[in-house]
Design a protein around this ligand. Structure first.
Ligand SMILES: [Zn+2]
Length: 300
C-alpha cells in the first residue's frame, strides 16, 4: 500500500513583502516560482536589530532589494547557506557587498553535481563560504544560535540549521512540506538522504521546520516519518518488480508509475536510479556492470 505524505500547500504569496512567520522570524519570498521552487525561494531573517539571514536566494535584483529593505537599519551578522543551488546562495554576494555579512556554508558547489538541465537546480559555482561549517558547529549571535546539521542527499554540501532558541530547523531543500526532494545521482545520494532523514526524525524536540520552499511544517515528526516510509516503500516496489526477473529502469518505471502522467516518468527514472545505486551498494540488488540509467538489474 502506498504511503500517504501529508503535503502542505501555500495558495498565495506576496513577492517581496516581509511577513512575520513566528516571533523573531521574518520571511521574504523571491519571484522565482517553478516546478522545483514551488512559489519561490523563501529567504528567512532571524532576530531583531542584529540578525541572521538564511538562504539569501537567487541572483535577482528585486529580491536582493526586498531583503535589504527588510533589514534596513539593522545589522546583518551572518548569512546561513543551506546549499549551492542557484535559488539559494547567489544573492549572498550582493547582500555581503551591502552589509559586510559573512556567508556560512559547508563548502563550494560539488563537481559531481552535474544535474544542469533545469535552471533553478543548477549549481552556483561562484559560491565559496566565508566560514566553512561542519556537522555540530554552532553559529551564534545576539539572541539567536544555530546548530549546523550536515544533511547530504539532495546535494553533498547540504546543511540544515537548527534555531536552538525556537527549537525548529531551517531544512533548506532537504525536507519540504510541498513536495518530495529530488535526489539526482551521482552527487545526489539516496543512502545519505535516508540517513539525513533519520537524523531529523530521531530529534523529536523540533517543533517546526522552515523549508526554503513552501509553508512552515508544524508537525515535523509526522512529515519526516512519512517521507522516510515513502522512500522505503519505493525500495519495496523495486524489489517487487525484480521478483519476476531482471529488468531495466524503464521497465520498472512503466510498472511502478503506470498511473502517473508520462512527463513525470523521466524524473521518476532518476529517482529509481538513486534508489538502485543505494540498493546495489548494500547488496540488495545486483547488476551486470555499473548501476546506471541503462543497466539491467536483478534480485540478489
Ligand atoms: Zn536544491
Amino acid at each position: 500500500m502506498a504511503v500517504s505524505i501529508p503535503f502542505l500547500t501555500e495558495p498565495e504569496v506576496d513577492y517581496g513583502a516581509v511577513v512575520e512567520m513566528a516571533p523573531g522570524l521574518r520571511r521574504v519570498i523571491a519571484n522565482n516560482p517553478s516546478k522545483f521552487t514551488y512559489r519561490g525561494t523563501g529567504t528567512y531573517i532571524v532576530g531583531q536589530g542584529r540578525v541572521a539571514i538564511v538562504d539569501p536566494g537567487p541572483d535577482d535584483a528585486d529580491h536582493v532589494a526586498a531583503v535589504l529593505a527588510a533589514v534596513d537599519g539593522e545589522q546583518v551578522e551572518a548569512m546561513l547557506i543551506t546549499h549551492t543551488h542557484r535559488d539559494h546562495s547567489p544573492a549572498s554576494r550582493a547582500v555581503a557587498e551591502a552589509t559586510g555579512a559573512p556567508a556560512y556554508g559547508f563548502g563550494p558547489h560539488p563537481a559531481a553535481d552535474t544535474d544542469d538541465g533545469e535552471s533553478e537546480e543548477r549549481g552556483d559555482t561562484d559560491f565559496a563560504p566565508d566560514m566553512a561549517v561542519v556537522h555540530g558547529d554552532v553559529v551564534e549571535g545576539p539572541g539567536w544560535s544555530f546548530e549546523c546539521l550536515y544533511t547530504p542527499g539532495h546535494i553533498s554540501n547540504h546543511v540544515a540549521y537548527r534555531w536552538r532558541e525556537a527549537t525548529g530547523v531551517f531544512t533548506g531543500d532537504h525536507i519540504m512540506g510541498w513536495s518530495t526532494t529530488i535526489i539526482p545521482p551521482p552527487d545526489g545520494n539516496m543512502t545519505d538522504y535516508l540517513a539525513s532523514l533519520r537524523l531529523l526524525a530521531d530529534s523529536p524536540g523540533d517543533r517546526a521546520y522552515w523549508p526554503t520552499h513552501g509553508p512552515p511544517v508544524t508537525e515535523p515528526q509526522v512529515l519526516v516519518e512519512a517521507l522516510y516510509a515513502h522512500r522505503l516503500d519505493r525500495e519495496r516496489q523495486i524489489l517487487e518488480c525484480l521478483a519476476t526477473g531482471p529488468q531495466t529502469i524503464a521497465e520498472m518505471v512503466g510498472a511502478m508509475y503506470a498511473d502517473v502522467a508520462s512527463e513525470l516518468h523521466e524524473p521518476a527514472a532518476r529517482s529509481v536510479l538513486a534508489h538502485l545505486i543505494a540498493m546495489v551498494g548494500k547488496g540488495r540488488v545486483g547488476t551486470d556492470g555499473e548501476a546506471t540509467a541503462e543497466a539491467v538489474y536483478f534480485r540478489e
